[in-house]
Design a protein around this ligand. Structure first.
Ligand SMILES: [Zn+2]
Length: 335
């Protein structure tokens, strides 16, 4: 009797401690307790208030990159800066683009030859100060790097602040993936964080190969890729009682499009999860759904520090840290 009782209590404890779909004797750190709103928002402030707008190729984009270099180095990551030439989009339609120099900041903590990549773009458009898009995402990437700095993992951890995402040709993510060559097949998962501070809902999507029809008004073809990273994140969020969802069936059906840094990884066959705060329901335009009472935020004058909801950024950091941990320790690793 006693033995059986102990056993059932043990089994119950294990069920409580082990994320869904995950099996391991290793216990996940309590990221909800560890990751503090104030620490995460300090990054958003540094990037969007102290530095401000960070157009690709600008001195401000360089300062933001330096900020990431300093943070990742402080936490013991091996940091390299991958500089590249690109063309920034022209202000006027049909005008030639502007040649610029941008860079990716890459922080590595070596493990085995399998990589887990967590990335967010650090550049912004010129309107507003790029607080939501994407100081919030870089803050989540940094909070995750910090939370995992002292944690042993089986696989190599890679944290990246991408440059030139906002229409750069090429964007930093393309440069990084191309630079890896065949080694890109060693990436077991990529987590992209882009614009997680504004909007009604916290979301995580899987990646898909997108084909746009010639008719601009027709829906794109969505060829869905692996969904296990998304589903792992959703399971972990549910376990942590954090309200995360995915894109609705009548829009992207759990997937997302071909914008942002994840797409270079999708095309290289890497399973991805993409975190975003969005407003699928109740927005005037659900395809462009990041509004506050003052109106649209993304890519507008409204994208400033005050528009960012601290709890959204913090909760995203908690789920990204848990997901990264589960994959990097081998607790979870796909189908
Ligand atoms: Zn963005």
């Amino acid at each position: 009797m006693t033995t059986r009782k102990t056993l059932s209590i043990l089994v119950m404890l294990c069920t409580l401690l082990t994320p869904l779909g995950v099996s391991s004797a290793q216990e996940m750190p309590d990221f909800v307790a560890q990751i503090e709103t104030e620490d995460v928002m300090a990054h958003v402030r540094a990037l969007s208030v102290a530095i401000g707008a960070r157009p690709m190729g600008s001195a401000a984009e360089g300062l933001a990159a330096n900020y990431v270099v300093a943070a990742l180095s402080d936490w013991g990551y091996e940091v390299t800066v991958e500089e590249f030439d690109a063309t920034a989009p022209a202000e006027e339609e049909d005008a030639p683009g502007t040649p610029i120099v941008s860079r990716n900041v890459i922080g590595v903590r070596p493990g085995d030859d399998k990589l887990v990549v967590v990335g967010a773009h650090v550049d912004s458009v010129t309107a507003g100060t790029g607080a939501g898009d994407n100081a919030s995402g870089v803050a989540v990437m940094l909070a995750t790097a910090r939370a995992l700095a002292g944690v042993e993992t089986q696989h190599t951890l890679v944290f990246i602040a991408f440059g030139a995402e906002e229409g750069g040709d090429p964007p930093g993510a393309d440069v990084y993936v191309e630079g890896l060559g065949d080694a890109a097949s060693n990436i077991i998962a990529m987590i992209n964080i882009d614009s997680v501070g504004v909007g009604t809902a916290l979301n995580v999507y899987a990646g898909a190969v997108i084909t746009w029809p010639e008719d601009e008004n027709a829906a794109p073809t969505i060829e869905g890729g692996p969904v296990w990273v998304r589903d792992l994140a959703l399971d972990l969020a549910a376990e942590m009682s954090l309200p995360f969802d995915t894109s609705p069936a009548d829009t992207w059906g759990g997937f997302t499009g071909d914008w942002s840094d994840h797409y270079a990884f999708v095309l290289a066959g890497v399973p991805v999860a993409y975190f975003e705060a969005w407003q699928w329901a109740g927005a005037e335009d659900p395809w462009w759904g990041q509004e506050t009472a003052e109106g649209d935020v993304m890519h507008s004058e409204g994208d400033v520090y005050a528009a960012v909801v601290p709890e959204k950024v913090e909760m995203t950091a908690e789920v990204v840290a848990a997901t990264t941990y589960a994959i990097a320790t081998g607790m979870a690793g796909g189908e």
